[in-house]
Design a protein around this ligand. Sequence first.
Ligand code: ADP
Length: 497
Amino acid sequence: DSDNEAAEAPQELYLPGLLGANVGKKNSNKSGVEDSKVVLTPKKAKELKVADGDVVAIIGRRRRATYAIASVPSKKKGSNSNCFISHNLASNLRIRDGDKLKVVALGKDAADAEERSGDMVLLTKDAEVVSSVTYSPIEDSLNNLINSEGGDEIEDEELMERFIEPYLNLEDDGGSVVAKSGSVVTMKDENGKTLDFMISHVDDGEEREEDDDTVVAGLVDTSTDVIVGGATPRVEVGLGYDSVGGCGKSVGLIRELVELPLRFPELWTTAGVPTPKGVLLHGPPGCGKTLIANALVEETGAHVVVINGPEIMARKGGESEANLRQAFEEAQAKAPSIIFMDELDSIAPKREQAQGETEKRIVSQLLTLMDSLKSNSNVMVIAATNRPNVIESALRRPGRFDRELEIAIPDEEGREEIIKIKTKDMKLDDDVNLHQIAMDTHGYVGADLSQLTLEAALQCIRSNVANFDVDSEEPIPDEALDRLVVTNEHFMHALSC
Ligand code: ADP
């Protein structure tokens, strides 16, 4: 039975360079892992043919990759994890504690990795010295530093001498590796004060086509032109999975089913099995199927092609099939890609139930397209439906939508998680008890809870509107805005709607 099959996590596949990351705490360099280092256990290092001080390539998520210096302490106490990295490095690579990253020794393996078609990340072949790198202090961090020192501006020259030069440690050969632009590193002065910088530009002196995916990263030495850039705002990392509440297990499963094959297709090739092609998400409307698909797209950085069932069926005379074909072609050309088919039941009802010739042709076309997808093409098809039972059963066979995942109505705990997510940017009064609201909303799905919190916020605005002079040309004063606090009463009103 396919439902039981879906409930089992695929077996963990083994590849030596694929490691579970143990990520250091935010703002803590106490664990001793610097932002440009990856700490490996001696055993792992030996297996990967990496020695202390070697430069390695690390591949993270969302097409993030960089070089790092391997650090191989003779003994790593109290942990059986193979790989430690700093919080900054993890967020630069878009990974979280426990996520998989890949460590590749440079040289032959790196070249192989680069030549492998469909690879999500292309690093330059070897870690070469870059011609210039620009470090821009991050605004909030710089302001904190300035405020802690009496409020005087800090000149670029001082930033260079106090932070950047010691960090790069160029005199004693040191140097460092630089990550691709957009990465954040924390630097420390001799008094232990810290300042966060963003690598705002890295140049390796090569001219590149606009659509070249190569990640420019490399080493810094005395020939590198090091520049202090203007202060830059902190860019928060988009956290797609964090927008989904109450489906922890399903999200974990779908990450294994979709994210791992897109990132590391070689796991499947090495194990001698085809990568999964399609995942069918099913469950009642409003439980988060579309939300989960969006989170996957956001978090994998894959190209996405959306096929909306009813929309595609509304096309006339062969156009629907042509659209389907185009979608698959686009996905293959821009791989790694995710094809998301919403309301699959409207595209592919059981053939015996399909009304006309058109519907039958479209189902056949879809079957053909699924079959023609090569298993290593780095294209994943995710479909969503509220009615899995009306879908053409041929589509649910191996090599097509061979995995199915139910996204169910949330339980009390799930509801509380969802309400927390939906109210995270709201100012809540102390009398609001989210746990109680979760208990009172039996049967509500995510979409209902989203509506509920919206209604509570609207009620809050309504009850405060008398305090505002709506005809005034002036912006609403801050004190008035401060009074926009959502109370239990507002929620009670929303619940009674
Ligand atoms: P489905 O595709 O299952 O019909 P959607 O993903 O379109 O449902 O959900 C509609 C909206 O409801 C989402 O945009 C989101 O705001 C909210 N929602 C639904 N499920 C969840 C969930 N599990 N966690 C957080 N929000 C949810």
